[in-house]
Design a protein around this ligand. Structure first.
Ligand SMILES: [Fe+2]
Ligand SMILES: [Fe+2]
Length: 287
């Protein structure tokens, strides 16, 4: 790939800008209608530019290349808690009044899950689900870390936000990849499917030996909005995926709607979360 400019690496002022946009698209049911923003007129809209880059560069080959690099886990190794603090060094340039740091989002998600009496592994899942965003700290451009995830290797669904930007993706004109099933077969199961690269897929690989399968589905597919909200890829899911996506659906409201006015205090909650980490995860995480 050509060398990317700073603007091409980081079209967003912060990763949160993507999440705010998802929230605008899928608002909390009681809280009114989706905000249909008229992006098209705003050529310098950072979200639009983010998706233009994401949809242009998330190719089948990009995914294989990122897997080859990051699934060797050769970046660094540290205790899990230190890793959570490391994630928090991701600098957020957006409005300090409205933005949360990474740990606050994770803590609020987890605390909302805990308050509803869910099992402890579900709480832990809420607490770590975005840790894969450390990819940004390893120099990855934002569009290789966040954004709605989707299958590569087959036709891009028009249910994905800004579908028109896929026209610039070389896979769209590649006969191996541009049919409905592409390199896959009908209902082959998502485990056979390569998803666009990002923090979800990376985090799945970091936790797959330690957490229950329900948790792994939540982690791996939490940004797969075109499926869990729009059901655009039913032809790739098998019966087991459908069963497991009930958990992805259960998780999503906590991810999107748990921003609480009163911020949980990290230092007070640290012992509880350290115990949870110790119960399920090894001493260290190898990125
Ligand atoms: Fe996420
Ligand atoms: Fe999240």
């Amino acid at each position: 790939m050509k060398n990317l400019s700073e603007k091409e690496k980081s079209p967003l002022a912060s990763l949160e800008e993507w999440e705010d946009d998802v929230l605008a698209r899928y608002p909390e049911p009681e809280k009114g209608k989706a905000e249909f923003r008229s992006y098209d007129k705003e050529t310098d809209n950072p979200i639009r530019e983010f998706y233009r880059l994401n949809h242009t560069y998330q190719t089948y080959d990009n995914v294989l290349a990122k897997k080859a690099r990051f699934l060797k886990f050769e970046q660094m190794e540290m205790p899990w808690w230190a890793a959570m603090e490391y994630l928090n060094t991701l600098v957020d340039d957006s409005d300090p009044d409205t933005s949360l740091d990474q740990l606050q989002h994770l803590l609020q998600t987890a605390e909302a899950i805990r308050a509803d009496g869910h099992p402890d592994w579900f709480v832990l899942t809420g607490f770590i689900h975005d840790l894969g965003k450390v990819l940004c700290l390893f120099g990855e451009p934002q569009w290789n870390v966040v954004g709605d995830s989707f299958p590569v290797g087959c036709q891009f669904s028009d249910k994905i936000v800004f579908p028109e930007f896929f026209e610039a993706n070389p896979d769209s004109t590649d006969p191996r990849f541009n049919t409905k099933l592409g390199v896959y077969s009908e209902n082959c199961g998502l485990d056979q499917v390569h998803m666009s690269w990002g923090h979800d897929e990376y985090m799945y690989h970091l936790t797959k030996d330690y957490l229950p399968e329900e948790a792994l589905y939540m982690i791996r597919y939490h940004s797969f909005y075109s499926q869990h909200r729009e059901h655009a890829y039913d032809h790739l899911l098998n019966a087991h995926d459908h069963e497991m996506f009930k958990w992805v659906d259960k998780f999503n409201p906590y991810d999107l709607y748990s921003k609480s006015p009163k911020a949980p205090v990290l230092s007070e909650l640290k012992p509880y979360y350290e115990d949870l980490i110790a119960k399920y995860l090894p001493e260290t995480v190898k990125f």
